[in-house]
Write a protein of this length. Structure first.
Length: 603
């Protein structure tokens, strides 16, 4: 087993030693956008949108997304149904707009120009209704992937069309297209279909494209008796142009694994699992230092050298040692000795026992959890065994207690494997995958009680009923989707980069995290006002005794000139009760109290 999948994670601050590991390119993602440019794709829909134009806008979105988040990935663009042709085999009506390559500003500008001037696209490339072999499109796509310099990683075709039944009258061309699609699937090239409705016809996945999916026998075999994929069936497609961009954005994000390790059920039974981080904060990519010479921009290569303090002589890595102070004496270690000291065993998960799911506490999850899937490539039979374990824990409502060493030289952790069943949305898109959440359990030192100066008063039945009145009206219908709310800071950053690269003015960024106050007030304004009145009325009845006690304590210290014995929270609360702004250090708060009491005592 290769150690290349043991990717370091900078989030774990307590992992004292990290080794440099080489990327094996297994995470590289290649996407070929295949777009139908026949006359039906140029016919405007009822809302005036042109399917081909919307498809090109989707291509632009994919290129921009990859340029910002995954610049090492590759994207290509192929259109078919055109009058012109451009491909290595000379097939008619197939035009390669862009070969498989990393996205950059010129490629984005080219697609942007075509999307903005769809009539110019028709004039330059044309659009024909002639029937031609769809199998040639798949053959050309296969050839594009084979010529790409980056052949490892995932390879996918995003097919956008509104023709759901090609070659309906020519069975030979239809069978040839299915065979070509089967060839793609056999070499690991997946086809993702994005069907679009015609003005007078709803896109039907069953007419032709279900045959392409069903021809993937390898997937059918792997998915048999498995809970990890939906049954092999026709691809789900909403058919609406409005949903096209959202569907493509979901599909283009390729899940990248965090680790691949064995799962030891006992001393004699081991399966393989792949770990993912389902939720993680998206951060701005780090900048690169470059040297600008004329029109050329060259990246600076950083080189680190070590020198001896006494002799000023350059040192080789073999000359460098490490030491720790034990008392006043430095104890010297070599790198290999440090590796041995910090090695707690081979990476893997080992089951310790089982526990009821209701015993798992929410506050255990102090760091982001991982999520594991079976890894059939490393251990044959992992999928079936993992599926049986998942189903049995879901049925019995059990969680698994285990130890985990995520990668080489990582510290061992105690974790809980919490099972999760699969969930699909109305379009059949997976919104919740099946598998186990790996919750890293905290140590006793990680959990501390929250200091509470004063316990809140218990809400009355009247207050609870008033709160329910507006909380129920604010409840979201259906499932909350965090992808709807983009980070405004990152969006402004990307907007600036996009404007600089494409020579556009910076577009205004809408902050979707801000509450829609007008809509909220319109829906629940009366209920909130009634709730506030009830709370204020109840607070006014209960606060005098608390206020009097606090007033007496602070005023007593003020008269005895011992205000410094009052804590900062007491001083702040006293000032807030008097309607004053409690800001500054303790000396500032004491001065405010003194000034207020002097003024009111004299009066």
């Amino acid at each position: 087993m290769s150690n290349s999948w043991n990717q370091p994670n900078e989030d774990d601050e307590d992992e004292l030693f990290k080794t440099e590991e080489v990327d094996d390119y297994s995470n590289h993602d290649s996407i070929l956008m295949v777009i139908d440019a026949s006359p039906p794709m140029l016919q405007p829909q009822e809302n005036g949108e042109i399917p081909l134009q919307s498809a090109l806008e989707c291509v632009k979105s994919v290129l921009l997304s990859k340029a910002f988040s995954s610049p090492s990935d590759s994207v290509g663009v192929l259109v078919y149904g055109t009058r012109s042709k451009q491909n290595d085999a000379g097939h008619d009506h197939i035009y390669i707009l862009q070969n498989m390559d990393s996205p950059d500003a010129p490629r984005i500008k080219e697609i942007e120009s075509l999307a903005a001037n769809i009539s110019g696209f028709e004039e330059e490339y044309g659009s024909v209704a002639d029937e031609f072999p769809l199998g040639n499109v798949f053959w050309t796509a296969s050839n594009i992937f084979s010529l790409s310099t980056k052949k490892k990683g995932s390879r996918r075709i995003f097919l956008i069309t509104n023709e759901d039944n090609p070659h309906s009258t020519d069975i030979s061309l239809r069978n040839a297209a299915i065979r070509r699609a089967k060839d793609l699937l056999e070499v690991g090239i997946r086809i993702e279909l994005f069907g679009i409705d015609k003005p007078d016809h709803t896109f039907n996945n069953e007419s032709f494209y279900s045959s392409i999916i069903e021809s993937d026998e390898a997937i059918k075999t792997a998915e048999r008796d498995s809970a990890f994929q939906t049954p092999v069936e026709a691809p789900k497609s909403s058919g609406k142009l409005a949903d096209l961009l959202q569907s493509i954005r979901r599909k283009q994000i390729k899940k990248r694994s965090e680790f691949r390790i064995p799962l030891h059920l006992n001393d004699e039974l081991t399966i393989g699992v792949v770990g993912y981080a389902l939720v993680r904060e998206q951060v701005r990519s780090s900048y690169q230092k470059v040297l600008v010479t004329g029109e050329q921009v060259k990246e600076v290569d950083s080189v680190v050298t070590w020198k001896c303090v006494d002799t000023d002589q350059l040192l080789l890595p073999t000359d460098i040692k490490f030491y720790y102070n034990v008392g006043s004496e430095p104890i010297v270690f070599t790198k290999d000795e440090l590796d041995t000291i910090r090695n707690f065993g081979e990476p893997g998960i080992r089951i310790i026992g089982f526990m009821d799911q209701n015993h798992v506490q929410e506050y255990w999850n102090i760091t982001h959890a991982y999520f594991i899937y079976p890894n059939e490539y490393e251990y044959h039979g992992s999928t079936r065994t993992f599926t049986a374990l998942l189903r049995s824990t879901v049925k019995s409502k059990k969680a698994i207690l285990c130890s985990i060493i995520r990668r080489t030289n990582a510290l061992p952790k105690i974790a809980v494997l919490l099972p999760q069943e699969e969930a699909l949305d109305k379009q059949g898109v997976q919104v919740r995958p099946p598998g186990f959440h790996v919750i890293i359990m905290p140590y006793a030192d990680d959990i501390r009680p929250v200091p509470v100066d004063r316990l809140p008063t218990e809400a009355t039945d009247e207050q609870i009923d008033a709160a329910k009145a507006f909380v129920e009206k604010l409840a979201l219908k259906g499932r909350f989707d965090p992808l709807v709310y983009e980070n405004p800071f990152l969006q402004r950053h990307y907007a600036g980069l996009q404007a600089a690269a494409l020579e556009h003015p910076i577009e205004a960024v809408v902050d979707k995290t801000m509450p829609r106050n007008e809509a909220i007030f319109k829906r629940i304004g009366n209920e909130i006002q009634a709730f506030n009145e009830i709370v204020q009325r109840s607070s006014a009845a209960s606060q005098p005794s608390q206020y009097n006690q606090l007033d007496d304590e602070v005023e007593l210290h003020w008269r005895e000139q011992t205000l410094n014995q009052c804590t900062v929270p007491i001083l702040k609360q006293w000032l807030l009760n008097k309607g004053l702004a409690a800001k500054g250090r303790k000396a500032d708060l004491m001065a405010q109290v003194d000034q207020y009491l002097k003024a009111h005592t004299q009066s």
